[in-house]
Write a protein that binds this ligand. Sequence first.
Ligand code: F6R
Length: 239
Amino acid sequence: MKIIITKDYNSVSLEAGKIIADEVEKNPRAVLGLATGSSPIGIYRYLIACHKEGLSFASVTTANLDEYVGIPAEHNQSYRYFMKDNLFSHIDIKQENIHFPDGSATDLDAECARYSAFLSKTPRSIQLLGIGANGHIGFNEPGTPFDTETHTVDLKESTIRDNARFFSSENEVPRRAVTMGIKNILQAKRIILVATDTKKAQAIANMMKGDISPECPASALRLHDDVYIIIDKSAASLL
Ligand code: F6R
């Protein structure tokens, strides 16, 4: 694991954004595994700025980590909507190159199998991750075996509470999601995990120094040989 500790959210975004932009520059057909949430927004702003300076995403393919079950793609809290709003509508990516697990599929088991098969035949150059305060990556909550592929999950109360900030009330937060599994995440050639704030400090410490165990899903990243952990001083405060 390469660990980069910087001063704040903006510098974390810059460090991670540069690695992704360099990859797209060197390899215009890069496949990017992307995340939603607060952590990557600054990275997406940086990539949009790179696009304004001439970086093209026209041949890039993306595969998002996860999607809620039970809210349509056009709902303003769907992860598809988030990605459109924060990145895709500001760059020249082609619609057909954007991929998500479909949380509205009628047969969710078949959808999970389809997405895992897609991920296996479309190797990601980089997988971007945030981390939950409980150590989750994607929606792989504590206790998820490391060999799990795309699957549906019942979200933990703590995750529902954390995500309630994006909804008008906690009751509106979907209770289920479809997520890439840890096995799918580890298939990426390179992984970048970003985190800021003291509320992530315990999860970062568990990930880096605790046991490699499903109790801290992010600890699985220690089994991968090309991982960047890019965090601010507050998230690093328990290391
Ligand atoms: C998002 C995702 C989640 C978040 C994590 C951190 O697609 O899969 O694992 O990365 O919950 O969220 P933020 O960045 O909002 O603190």
